[in-house]
Ligand binder design. Sequence first.
Ligand SMILES: [Zn+2]
Length: 323
Amino acid sequence: MDLIYTDDEAARKHLESLLWPDGPICPHCGTVDEATLMKGKTTRAGLYNCRACDKPFTVTVGTIYESSKIPLHKWVYATHLMTASKKGISAAQLHRMLGFGSYRTAWFMAHRIREAMKGSSGAGPLGGEGQVVEADETYFHKVENPSDVRADGKPFRADVARAKGEKPYGGYGPANKRPIVVLCERGGKARTFHVAEANRETIEKILHGNVDTASRLHTDESHLYKRFGGRFAAHESVNHSKDEYARGDVTSNSAEGFFNVFKRGMTGVYQHCGEAYLQRYLIEFEFRHNTRAKLGVNDKERAALAIQGAQGKRLTLRRPANA
Ligand SMILES: [Zn+2]
């Protein structure tokens, strides 16, 4: 096994080479390559002192690894396992393979690494001139926990209906399932949205700003997408209800392919996913899709991208005692 997975010093050097390609960056004043590596018996490994502002720092400051008790090589190994597993890796499996900590520690690490995977489709709108962006929605898993609320904090429609003594009504989709919208560049990147309700208003908000208007928009025949045609270079749809899945180059196959991988992974690997965590899992599948081998990214480069993404990610999860 590569030293970066077993040795802390090697893992730290690996992080430094990925996060500081031009030399140590002082997180206090931003000065690049003007720091002295501190040495001494009581000095923490990898501690630098900035010559510009005279403050100490290490490579983990401001990353998901900051002040973690988990050895760095375990973080690097966990990142490799998560980014190389096509359908993801469960916290139980991760715990076994790391040979370390508790299930809860592995679960915590996995969610931190998902945080580092955020933003893999870039900041700007998807698509562009001459490009196709597919938009599609799906419904995932019933709400498991009766106390779960929708992504917007409101109760699920089925619960509202039941409270009124009415029969749950599906509306735009199954009343107590969780809607997900995906935008998928043909042969490119994907961006996902777990929404409270997939309605025209939500779809409009998502399309606006996330899809370059010079793109051709491909969808199915759903009325959700009907009035947005004029905003894009073209809007073409296939009619699934009439068994039409492709007409010329018009399909929503990339979007459906994304959902297939996601659902297979969620059912086979993760099994349970609370409402609060659904978007995090989506980010993980989105990351692997956006860094897939077909786009010329290998396993090593994919793991490196997840480590580079660890920068500037604030700790938001409560950590277990040994993490
Ligand atoms: Zn400084």
